[in-house]
Write a protein that binds this ligand. Structure first.
Ligand code: UT7
Length: 337
């Protein structure tokens, strides 16, 4: 089978955790802010409400809480963690990395770590990066976190973007799988930098540092050409989801759960159709949390594993994401517990 890797020891997801801000913001609230309706948002995106973090708390605040729950569920202590990888486009600050802030706050005294910037694909990329560290035999506990406070980079006067996003964090602890043939089995990932034109933040980096002008021009917010992003996302997320199945000689019927990035219900449905997977096996929570960028996949995983207790040993799970970059990818897991 082309490109099929045969890892010496797979990583598996030992436990999960999440953090959801308490404040719920409904579609109706946007009706007083911009020219939109609850009906437009629901029919075009599937979103009904989203969570918003209290101002003044950064991504690390949510990441720390998701990480703590994840470690508690595993019965693991922070000192045992070897590596912390935080996927985010909304770090507390440009440096130090949010991973360092999390390391200090949870007391992971032995860990090193870093942030991973891959837009909405960050959790999948972080999970596969952490899995490879475990496969390589060097580390035994890698904490993978996705955390984004999208409300801090959204222009709440722009109806094209403001209704789409929410705040949340999720975490997964990766460890070497005790049994062969389980855990993170495979992944397929891509970037296409040409997509950067359609989804980015214009200022605040080294090329265009923050100035009075950039603030006045609202260049520190998400810039998205929604239709263009949609066009690519709907094709590529579906393709990569089918690709991971095909190269592992699986069909939609073999898969117990499909965990898609939650950007738009129509993109999720297109991917599920392409995989020929029954709708009942697709985790959807975009209605409650909207697009939380690096948070979507771990929130879905948490829902499946903890809230719905519907994942069993031997189940095949496919995670797929598409985001800024463009970045996209799928991971195939066979559940072990
Ligand atoms: O996670 C990272 C990757 N991001 C995504 O995957 C997002 C992908 N894009 C999308 O999900 C969709 O493109 C959107 C939900 C952003 C937009 O849906 P659409 O069906 O593609 O709408 P559109 O951009 O084609 O806009 C249709 C109309 C436009 O009006 P005109 O030009 O036809 O008069 C928009 O101005 O809808 C208008 N519109 C709105 N109307 C009411 C855009 N946003 C709103 C809104 N309320 N909030």
């Amino acid at each position: 089978m082309a490109n099929r890797r045969t890892p010496r020891r797979n990583a598996y997801v030992r436990s999960v955790g999440r953090f959801l801000p308490e404040r719920r913001m409904t579609n109706r609230e946007f009706e007083d802010m911009v020219d939109t309706t609850d009906e437009w948002i629901v029919t075009r995106t599937g979103i009904r409400e989203r969570r918003i973090l209290e101002p003044g708390l950064g991504s690390s605040y949510m990441a720390v809480r998701a990480a703590r729950e994840c470690l508690e569920r595993a019965g693991a202590s922070p000192e045992e963690v070897d590596v912390i990888i935080v996927g985010t486009v909304t770090p507390d600050m440009l440096f130090p990395a949010t991973a360092c802030l999390v390391q200090k706050e949870i007391g992971a005294s032995r860990a090193w770590g870093f942030d991973l910037s891959a837009g909405c694909s960050a959790f999948v990329f972080a999970l596969t990066t952490g899995a490879q560290m475990i496969e390589a035999g060097r580390y035994d506990k890698v904490l993978v976190i996705g955390s984004d406070v999208m409300s801090t980079i959204i222009d709440y006067e722009d109806r094209n973007t403001c209704v789409l996003f929410g705040d949340a964090a999720g975490a997964a602890l990766l460890e070497p799988c005790p049994e062969e043939g389980y855990g993170v089995l495979d992944f397929v990932q891509y970037v296409d930098g040409a997509g950067g034109d359609f989804l980015h933040m214009k200022a605040g980096g080294s090329k265009r540092p923050a100035s009075c002008e950039t603030v006045k021009n609202k260049e520190h917010f998400v810039y998205q050409e929604g239709r263009q992003v949609f066009r690519h996302a709907v094709i590529e997320m579906a393709n990569v989801s089918a690709e991971i199945l095909e190269r592992n000689r699986l069909t939609g019927d073999d898969v117990a759960l499909f965990i898609p990035h939650q950007a738009n219900l129509r993109i999720i449905e297109a991917s599920a159709n392409r995989m020929k997977i029954d709708r009942s096996k697709v985790i959807v929570n975009i209605d409650r949390y909207a697009n939380t960028t690096a948070g979507t996949i771990p929130l879905c995983l948490y829902q499946a594993v903890v809230e719905e207790n519907r994942v069993r040993k031997g189940d095949y799970l496919v995670m797929s994401a598409f985001g800024a970059g463009f970045t996209w990818g799928s991971a195939l897991l066979r559940w072990w517990e």
